[in-house]
Design a protein around this ligand. Structure first.
Ligand SMILES: C[S@@+](CC[C@H](N)C(=O)[O-])C[C@H]1O[C@@H](n2cnc3c(N)ncnc32)[C@H](O)[C@@H]1O
Length: 534
């Protein structure tokens, strides 16, 4: 065995696993399993299987997840840059599958960076409903925002705030909540040896403290009848069954929805509960048995713990409880200006339907950090939001993007976003992305942003070019080179001319912008996203 596992870890696992311990230890002689998950926001599972550059072997607990062979480098293919798949450890695909997200859900992913599970949730939502993705650590939220953008997610808000503050802003707001908790990462040892040192320096009890706080805030944000999934990539029962048992003792309106144990999932470790947490009732212990474990000696994956919990009550039906963000449209009566949706009028127009509950009602204290927006800081600011004329943006929509986009128009300085929620709902939170980034108004022109391109389908834009993934042209584009493209290769719809912004696709799937003129395609692929030689 190449890995030197800490002896306290080995001793603990021996007690926990009893006769299964030897098999568990043998699993460390195997290389870790690698997986990819098809991004069904951009391509159907069936179409991906047809064009996949890899031999795919289905992952039993995730319909769109596949094992790929050892030695493959899935991050080095143009399809990765076109967001056709996410590289994800196979066991990590389980929690979202068990959360049961459906289009129209209002979902919170509370510990979301770098975004594996958020991109999975977004694929389940299919652009309908709301995804709020949060992470406490600022640097990690950058990767989270980038991944959501790369995967063409339109209806996500990225926050960098504490669970307590988010709970103040969104009491009983979400139909589904995922807590993929920070943990001691025992399931990561085989994949990432640096986790061994991390484990030796910290204790499961430190994590249990953090997890308890996160859960405490999360329960306040779930609607009656809603579903909460708690997951970790560690084996330690203190952070898994222990956490769930405590929650059930404290919140009798929460119940475990038992996971089917006839397949890859093993039952929760209730014997450990009986030995170490005597105050936990037998009824709660029985419920905890319904949680699920993926063990590395039983399945092809690094291991995970998952608990599915439901809060008692009748879940308000989506169409009665939530407004869909309105379509963005050009209001010609307002002189070609965009009809900026404030959300307020919408609510009063649709009296009695209510959206996410307004935190200011019944919370007269207000307060908070007063709308720090990283989106503004990172992407530049300028004039006060409302002084900006959106005309260049509306002209772009009308002329180049004739379809209907949904969302509340939110501006920060000269940056324009479409948000799945009205701006005032985010006022007191630290917002990294208030929604789908449209672009920037600069010198009275609209400069479309990269995330606008990655989330568009080829047929939604008036001018497109499709580059072949295999003839080197796509990689040259991804490296930032200018390409020579004769006009006949452009696909131009209607009466539009060839000159202007072009949606650059790879085998038909959007990857970014280019600007075409006189046979040359100027490259607009952002510097920070480019294909590098290593
Ligand atoms: C297991 S990782 C999440 C992985 C992520 N769900 C994914 O699938 O890509 C746990 C995350 O929790 C974040 N975190 C730690 N403490 C937190 C807290 N109190 N509130 C929210 N996030 C926290 C960490 O920064 C880390 O990114």
């Amino acid at each position: 065995m190449a890995l030197r596992l800490p002896s306290p870890f080995q001793a603990k696992m021996k007690t926990l696993l009893g006769p299964n311990y030897d098999n568990f230890m043998k699993s460390y002689e195997q290389p870790p399993f690698a997986g990819i998950r098809v991004n069904t926001l951009k391509i159907s599972d069936e179409d991906f299987r047809r064009i996949s550059p890899y031999k795919l072997d289905p992952i039993p607990w995730c319909k769109t997840g596949y094992y790929i062979e050892e030695g493959e480098r899935p991050g080095r293919h143009p399809y990765y840059h076109a967001g056709l798949y996410y590289i994800q450890e196979p066991s990590a695909m389980a929690p979202v599958e068990l959360l049961g997200v459906e289009p129209g859900d209002v979902v919170l992913d509370l510990c979301a960076a770098p975004g594996g599970k958020s991109t999975q949730i977004a694929a389940k939502l299919q652009g309908k409903g709301v995804l709020v993705s949060n992470d406490l650590h600022p640097d990690r939220t950058k990767a989270l925002a980038k991944n959501l953008e790369m995967y063409g997610v339109r209806n996500a808000i990225v926050l960098n705030d504490s669970p307590e503050r988010i709970a103040e802003a969104f009491p009983e707001a979400f139909t589904k909540i995922l807590i993929d908790a920070p943990c001691s990462g025992e399931g990561m040892f085989r994949k990432d040896e640096s986790m061994l040192k991390y484990w030796e320096e910290s204790s499961p009890l430190t994590f249990a403290e953090m997890q308890r706080d996160i859960l405490h805030s999360a329960v306040k944000m779930l609607r009656p009848g809603g579903t909460l999934v708690y997951s970790t990539c560690t084996f330690s029962p203190e952070e898994n069954e222990g956490m769930i048992a405590e929650l059930l003792m404290k919140h009798p309106d929460f119940r475990v929805i038992p996971i089917d144990h006839s397949g890859p999932f093993s039952p929760g470790e209730t014997e450990w509960l009986a030995r170490h947490m005597e105050h936990i009732s037998a009824e709660v212990r029985e419920q905890v048995a319904g949680t699920g474990r993926l063990w590395p000696h039983k399945v092809q994956g690094e291991g995970h713990f998952v608990a599915v919990l439901r809060r008692e009550g009748e879940l308000a039906r989506m169409e009665e409880a939530d407004e869909q963000a309105p379509p963005v449209h050009v209001d010609t009566a307002a002189g070609g200006h965009l009809a900026v949706s404030s959300g307020k009028e919408k609510r009063s127009e649709r009296k009695g339907r209510g959206s996410l509950r307004d935190p200011r009602k019944g919370n007269p204290r207000g307060g908070g950090r007063g709308g720090q927006h990283d989106s503004t800081r990172q992407q530049g600011s300028g004039r006060p939001a409302d002084s900006i004329s959106l005309e260049p943006f509306t002209t772009f929509l009308r002329e180049d993007l004739p379809g209907t986009l949904h969302g509340y128009t939110v501006t920060y300085g000269n940056h324009v976003y479409l948000s799945p929620l009205p701006k005032e709902r985010l006022e007191r939170l630290k917002v990294i992305r208030p929604g789908w980034y449209m672009g920037q108004i600069k010198n009275e022109r609209f400069v479309p942003g990269h995330p606008l391109a990655t989330a568009l389908r080829a047929e939604e834009f008036v001018r497109t070019i499709s580059l072949h993934s295999e003839d080197g042209e796509a990689i040259r584009y991804l490296k930032g080179e200018t390409l020579s493209i004769p006009e006949e290769r452009l696909q131009v719809f209607g009466a539009a001319e060839g000159k202007g912004y072009v949606l650059v696709c790879i085998d038909g799937y959007s990857a970014g912008w280019g600007k075409w003129q006189g046979g040359m395609l100027k490259n607009e692929y952002p510097a920070g996203w480019r294909w590098t030689s290593v």
